[in-house]
Write a protein of this length. Structure first.
Lengths: 402, 289
């Protein structure tokens, strides 16, 4: 279900709005517009939609407009034009009162540099959102405690932010957002200020929390690995324009243009590319109907040395290779053998389509045999061969055998 | 060059005349200025009444107890308490006690009014760049104009005595607290303001719960400066009949009496140090967290 829809959202800083819009229509670049008018294009005609309960990552380098984009969603920055629909209501055209209510009840924000109030205890920080809604002290402390417990900060509630480490401070920031029980979390480079180990911990925790809470999370990041790790969908921005929106795999396997391609160059692809995206159509023989001679002909026709053996329901039985097949035929001078059972190797590694490749590395280290990809009813969907994995790791287009 | 010579032939602008007529015109609002006079005199008299009620030894104890209380969370400075005891006993011994309480009453009156006007003005300046652009030069003017100059229209409008002294002191002393309030609020980190907004704070909630608490240190530094400037001005205001320690110094100047001049001057120094340290301690209190 769609939670948020952004339509033609545009922000132009520094006036000359009409002129800039015309220049944008003529396809002028951000730099040309800046030189001609002195105005900066923050975000240009962005449109996308975010599903309920997903982690949607907006990523780009600094100056790409991602911070402006997230701030237009809760209107810390007023859009120049366009709409942001949250549950069908347009935030961009709300009056102050309505906007305040949306911010209080539906949108919580986590900031890059934590933005904790230094004069308030951890507990009072976490309870801030409830406090300004006029929730009574007992109740708001109770809810804030639940949120603090959730992020692992029980026992720290009387401390002040300056007494905590960066990672713990950001947990307070997260607790402040959770205490409100808003259904949308806006996270602005929330983990960027943390050291790498802490960042990974926080990502893990966010994913764990998400499994439990199913919030809609809009996450800003400049770190592609982070985006690929936590994002259900990723939006890539450049110079205020949306370059590509897609799943992590879409981005890696079908980069929209050279810019995205360069962006994804140094990613550890094995963590993102799944068996499903590199698998090829298997050449099979049916154990119930096909004999060794059919199998050998198949191998020759397709220039392969192994065949997957399935039954009539296309459930995997095993694998045969060319040498065994030829031997079986040579030994069988009287054409008695009609079945392949005697040479089927049942010891085939299997996996599922959504398994990331790095989990298959061990298997490929031990065997040169293809790995069978099965669906949840154990039917054979495809096979992954060593060469395709290496090609994917090297970032080359994966052979499409359709 | 001819232009330069031409400039010297421009007749002198009658600025002094304009200001005189302006002051005369202002003075015609007798009702308003009488009301202000009564108001200011009332506050001053109330403070003075409390001071006169306290026996001197008790007064000294109250000041020391106040210092004790204010510095409770800090490592206590015993030297300050000792200084207060010795200094205040000196003032009592020299027979300046009543004069000193009069000076304190004047300083408190002027400072209180300066803060009541100055802090909201500072907040307003922080909220609006236009307001800031308007008031900045006004504040510069108020602070750099030689302090005596205020005394002249003050006499014309409020007569002589305590009230014109308080008024000129408050004009002279107000700029620091306005400036520091403005600065303190403007220096609250932007992401904290964003956080306050993002969670749906009203303007008022943002001010009370975020901006003022975070600007507190800066504002208190302004309060401290304002009180010190007010003290310097109420001493000067003895020239137009404001009572207190300044009066003693002023008389000594008139009689070329170096001894009594210094004795009274020392009492002012003692008072200044005590006021300064107490307001600074108040400030340090805020950052204990």
């Amino acid at each position: 279900m769609e939670k948020i829809r952004v339509e033609k959202l545009t922000k132009i800083f520094g006036g000359h709005v009409k002129q800039v819009q015309n220049m944008l229509k003529d396809g002028k670049s951000k730099q040309e517009i800046l030189a001609a008018t002195g105005a900066t294009v923050g975000v240009n005609q962005a449109s996308f939609s975010i599903e309920d309960g997903e982690i949607f990552v907006i990523m780009g380098l600094s100056g790409s407009g991602k911070s402006t984009m997230i701030r237009m969603i809760n209107r810390l920055i007023d859009p120049t034009s366009g709409s942001v629909y949250l549950d069908g209501k347009d935030i961009a055209s709300m009056d102050k009162e309505a906007l305040r209510n949306v911010r209080r009840q539906q949108l919580s924000m986590v900031f890059q540099n934590f933005a904790l109030f230094p004069n308030r205890s951890v507990l009072d920080n976490a309870a801030y959102g409830l406090e300004i809604q006029g929730v009574k002290q007992d109740e708001r402390y109770e809810k804030a405690m639940v949120a603090l417990k959730r992020v692992g900060l029980e026992g720290y509630e009387q401390q002040y932010p300056s007494q905590l480490s960066g990672g713990m401070q950001q947990r307070v920031g997260l607790a402040r957002a959770l205490a409100n029980d808003a259904d949308v979390l806006l996270m602005d480079e929330a983990f960027s200020a943390l050291d790498p180990l802490n960042r990974k911990d926080m990502q893990d925790e966010l994913l764990e929390l998400q499994e439990e809470l199913h919030k809609t999370i809009i996450f800003i990041s400049h770190d592609l690995n982070e985006a690929l790790r936590i994002g259900n969908h990723i939006l890539i921005m450049r110079d205020g324009n949306v370059v590509q929106v897609g799943t992590p795999e879409d981005i890696l396997t079908q980069p929209a243009n050279e810019y995205v391609e360069r962006f994804i160059e140094d990613v550890d692809r094995t963590k993102v590319i799944t068996a499903g995206s590199v698998m090829i159509r298997p050449y099979t023989v049916n154990i119930d109907t096909d004999g060794p001679r059919v199998a050998l002909r198949q191998m020759r026709a397709n220039e392969v040395s192994t065949l997957m053996v399935v039954d009539s329901k296309r459930e995997l039985i095993g694998v045969i290779d060319a040498r065994d097949t030829i031997k079986l035929i040579e030994d069988d001078k009287e054409h008695k053998v009609q079945r392949l059972d005697s040479i089927v190797n049942h010891d085939v590694a299997t996996t599922t389509a959504d398994t990331p490749l790095h989990k298959l590395m061990d298997t490929f280290a031990q065997t040169s045999m293809p790995v069978a990809v099965l669906d949840d009813r154990k039917k054979l969907r495809g096979i992954v061969i060593r060469g395709a994995v290496l090609a994917a790791m090297a970032g080359r287009e994966v052979a499409d055998n359709d | 060059m001819t232009n330069l010579f031409a400039l010297t032939s421009v007749p002198k602008l009658p600025l002094a005349g304009w200001i005189d007529s302006f002051v005369d015109w202002l003075a015609s609002f007798t009702g308003f200025f009488n009301a202000v006079t009564n108001f200011v005199a009332g506050i001053n008299a109330a403070i003075q009444w409390v001071f006169d009620l306290l026996p001197i030894p008790l007064f000294i104890i109250v000041i020391m107890a106040l210092t004790w209380y204010i510095t409770r969370k800090k490592p206590r400075k015993w030297s300050l308490l000792v200084f207060e005891a010795v200094g205040l006993l000196y003032v009592w011994n020299q027979g300046f006690w009543r004069d000193m309480t009069q000076t304190i009453a004047l300083v408190l009156t002027a400072s209180l009014i300066a803060l009541v006007i100055g802090i909201p003005l500072g907040i307003w300046m922080a909220k609006s760049d236009i307001v800031q652009a308007i008031f900045k030069p006004v504040l510069d003017f108020m602070q750099t104009m030689p302090a005596f100059v205020y005394l002249i229209p003050a006499v014309a409008l409020f007569g002589i005595g305590t009230v014109p002294g308080v008024i000129s002191a408050l004009i002279f002393a107000m700029p620091p607290v306005v400036r520091m309030t403005n600065l303190g609020i403007r220096e609250v980190p932007k992401d904290l303001i964003e956080a306050a907004d993002a969670y749906g704070s009203t303007t008022w909630q943002k001010l009370i719960k975020v901006q003022l608490p975070l600007a507190q240190q800066s504002i208190m530094a302004g309060v401290n400066q304002t009180m010190m400037l007010a003290l310097s001005m109420v001493v000067t205001a003895s020239m137009i009949g404001a009572m207190g320690l300044g009066e003693k110094v002023y008389f000594a100047v008139g009689r070329n009496d170096a001894g009594n001049g210094f004795a009274a001057g020392l009492a002012i120094v003692i008072l200044a140090i005590i006021l300064d340290r107490i307001t600074q301690a108040l400030n340090a209190q805020g950052q204990g967290k």
